[in-house]
Design a protein around this ligand. Structure first.
Ligand code: ZN
Length: 288
């Protein structure tokens, strides 16, 4: 039975329509209130998703605080240049192997949290978020989907000034400012999708469509990413992969984010995140 998992009021929950069900209540304590522990056992999530008709909802989502579904990932991978049209707008060469970098897990935030801009060169990157549910090392492409508990939406906010200040580029810090990794609103189990490798992905800024593509246009698909990354570093339940962004980032024409901008990121079958940009103080552009 497919499930839609959420971290509501900072407690593990399942979602059905407009309502949520607190998992600790539904499972009489069998499922941890802590989302990081709850996702360690996907069998239980599938099991209780099939039983929801027997329970009263715990509340209405619109009245609750929807937090990051994976609030404390162990590792947070990013993938650069993974859509051909984005490679071209970035005036880069098509990579021969996945271009993997890190968003430090401390940048992870919730699907409606504010994004704090620390310069005038901040950019959006809507991405499909892959959530690992089963530990593995040297995972084959054929096994890869069995290690994925589900999919979510991620925004790989990026400070292009930090990223491209020098050669070589500095991806990790430029993409790891606090609040630069909103994810959510839900973690949707892989078996919920007719084809989890072909989903529409769209990013708008103040309602204007900036990115609109399909995840089937990735250069390196999910099985290749998992196989490649796990040949180098072990993957564990609760690790997440920002799988790359389609064309249409602001960097191509200098349309960077401003105070008050609303970034909405939607993936078919998962949902929409809505993040407001707030201009904070400048970061230390000249280290002393
Ligand atoms: Zn990205």
């Amino acid at each position: 039975m497919p499930f839609t998992f959420a971290n509501i009021n900072d407690r593990s929950s399942l979602v059905q329509g407009e309502a949520f069900f607190d998992l600790a209540t539904v499972s009489a304590g069998a499922v941890s209130t802590d989302a990081m522990e709850a996702i360690q056992n996907s069998d239980l999530l599938h099991h209780y998703a099939a039983q929801l008709g027997d329970y009263e909802p715990s509340g209405i989502i619109a009245e609750a605080d929807v937090c990051a579904p994976i609030p404390r990932p162990r590792n947070t991978f990013g993938v650069g240049l993974n859509y051909q049209l984005h490679v071209e707008e970035a005036a880069s060469k098509t990579p021969s192997t996945p271009m993997v970098f890190t968003k430090f897990p401390s940048c992870i935030s919730g699907p409606t949290d504010d994004v704090i801009l620390r310069s005038d060169e901040c950019d959006y990157e809507g991405e499909l978020l892959v959530v690992i549910g089963k530990d593995g090392k040297d995972i084959t492409k054929e096994e890869a989907w069995s290690h994925v508990i589900g999919l979510s939406v991620g925004q790989d906010f990026s400070d292009r000034g930090v990223q491209y200040k020098d050669q070589p580029a500095q991806f990790n810090l430029g993409k790891s400012f606090d609040t630069f990794g909103p994810i959510g609103p839900y973690l949707v189990s892989t078996d919920s999708f007719t084809d989890p490798s072909d989903l529409e992905i769209r990013t708008t800024v103040n309602g204007e469509v900036r990115q609109n593509d399909r995840t089937s246009n990735m250069i390196f698909d999910i099985p290749i990413l998992i196989s490649y990354i796990s040949s180098i570093t072990s993957l564990a339940a609760g690790d997440i992969i920002f799988s790359g962004t389609p064309e249409g980032v602001g960097f191509r024409n200098g349309s960077f984010l401003k105070d008050g901008d609303i970034v909405e990121t939607t993936i078919e079958g998962i949902g929409t995140m809505r993040n407001r940009c707030v201009r904070g103080a400048d970061y230390a552009t000249t280290p002393t």
